[in-house]
Structure formats: C-alpha cells, structure tokens
Ligand binder design. Structure first.
Ligand code: DAH
Length: 289
C-alpha cells in the first residue's frame, strides 16, 4: 500500500511538473541560430573566394588543371624548350614517369592556360587559382604555395586591357585605390612581358597597400607569345591576348597582416582561430569582398 501510494504521488508530481514546463517554456523559432564557433575558413581559401568574386564580375570563369602535370604542359607548350635555363629557375619536383615521360608537380598555374585554350578555343577569359610546387623553404617560400593565372584571348585585346583589369582587381581586393607600375621583364610565354608592382608604404615597419611611394612586386604578366597560342591550337594571326600570374599567399599576407608565410601551412588551430573566417562570411563584390 505504501509503495503504491509513493508511485501515485510520484506520477502526480511528474504530471504537474510537465504541465508547468509546457505552460512556461517557449521556443522562438524565428530567432537566428547561435553562431557555430568550431569551424574556420582558412585565409587562403577566403582569399581565393575573394579573387573569384572580383574576376567573376569581370566575366572570367574559373578553370582548373592537375597538380601533377606533364613536362609538355608545364614547360614546352609555354615556349620553355627542354634545355631552356628557365627550367632550372623553377626548382622543379620531378616524379618518375612511364615510357621516359617524367611528370612534374606543376611549378606554376600557367599550364592551365594551355589546357583551357585547347579545351575551349578562342575567345576565352579564365582565371585558374590553385596550388603550385617548388623546392624552396624560408620565411617567404614554402614548397607548396598558391597562384592565380589569368588569361584573356580575343581579336583585339591589348596591354591597356591588362593594366585596367589588374588595377580594377587590386582596387576591389584591397578596398582602396591601388596604383600599379609595369616594369619591362622577360617570360618565355609572353611578349612583351612585364612585372607588376603595387603602390605601398613601409612607414612604421608595416606595409600598407595603396599609399606612399614605395612599390611591391606582386605578379608577372604580358601578351601571350604567338608560340604559346600555336601550341594550344589557336591562330596567332587571328587572336591575341594577355596573361598574368599572381602569388595568392603574398596577397593574403598583405591584406590580412600575416607576417610569416610558413604559418599558413602549419595547421596550428590557434593560428586558424585568429586569422580564419566564419563560413558565413562569403565574399561578394557588392559586400566589399
Ligand atoms: N608563371 C610565372 C611564374 O610562376 C608567372 C607568370 C608570368 C604568369 C607571366 C603569366 C605571365 O601568365 O604572363 O613565375
């Protein structure tokens, strides 16, 4: 009898408690969810998304190529024949290949120019962001780093178009008017070729882009060499255009004040929490990237 009385009382109390909770507890399903604090977007991924947003607005689509390239796409088709000294400058990682055909870890994103032209023909307007590899390691070099290639081929593309596109890009990317300086240079795959510097100041020991009267080299560019067009099956008497290759890691370091390149690839979660981005911060041009 006592046990039954205790059970009955228990049930009454539990029912009363449930009724009370149903009366008082509310959930507002219209409230935003609390932010998820665990995952972060790596600054390189964020920077690539920003670059795609800006060039996308200018009509460039994203092209891709393999990280493991063959010698022909990485060098020969880009007007770098087998005994050319530029091959040494690239500190290439070679992989054993079949039938005497050795593969390389691509040393730049330029082979994507060749692949895209062969796939799509002319006219063409692409960017190709991705990983590239060279045997090098210090504060400003890592064996794997990132570049974005740009290519625009049409009937009357000129170097003036190149300059405008790059200035628009840097101004949107850094959110401030950025002057550029073109210096005559040499790349086997462009003629004429130019190295491009952006305006910056070094006052107070930190670099600020878009002010001052110092210059910082950020990319190589030029008008695509007729040999390169021909290798990719495009008639250079009918088509011409510009190409450029920008180091992405350097841009991210400049924009986000990151002093050491190597930290990008150390996989240190504390670093990622500090420099990373929320997955909700999707870069858009109208949002000011
Ligand atoms: N591929 C060159 C490098 O990695 C960069 C470059 C220079 C790319 C000139 C280009 C170009 O498309 O036109 O050093």
């Amino acid at each position: 009898e006592v046990a039954a009385a205790i059970d009955a009382k228990k049930t009454t109390l539990a029912d009363a408690d449930l009724d009370r909770r149903l009366m008082t507890e509310k959930i507002d399903v219209t409230l935003p969810s609390s932010p998820q604090a665990d995952g972060y977007v790596h600054p390189i991924s964020q920077t690539i998304d920003e670059i795609i947003a800006i060039f996308g607005e200018m009509g460039f689509t994203v092209a891709e190529g393999p990280d493991i390239e063959d010698d022909w796409h990485n060098f020969t088709a880009l007007n770098i024949p087998p005994d050319h000294p530029a091959r040494q400058e690239h500190d290439t990682f070679y992989l054993p290949g079949e039938h005497g055909e050795r593969k390389v870890l691509r040393t730049h994103t330029s082979p994507v120019q060749i692949r895209s032209m062969m796939d799509q023909g002319a006219p063409i307007r692409i960017i190709a962001p991705g990983r590239v590899y060279r045997a090098d390691y210090d504060q400003t070099h890592t064996p794997m780093f990132h570049q974005v290639e740009g290519l625009a081929i049409d009937r009357d593309i000129s170097m003036a178009n190149l300059k405008w596109v790059l200035e628009q890009f840097f101004t949107a990317f850094f959110g401030t008017e950025v002057k550029t300086r073109f210096r005559a240079s040499h790349f086997p795959f462009t003629e004429p070729s130019a190295e491009v510097d952006i305006q910056c100041s070094w006052e107070g020991g930190t670099v600020k882009v878009g002010e001052g009267d110092d210059w910082l080299e950020v990319l190589g560019s030029g008008m695509v060499h007729p040999h390169v067009l021909r290798s990719a099956g495009i008639d250079p008497d009918e088509w011409q255009g510009f190409a450029f290759g920008i180091g992405i890691d350097r841009l991210a370091m400049l924009k986000y004040g990151i002093p050491d390149l190597r930290a990008f690839f150390d996989s240190d979660l504390r670093w990622l929490r500090h420099y990373g981005f929320s997955a909700l911060e999707v870069p858009t041009l109208h949002g000011g990237v």
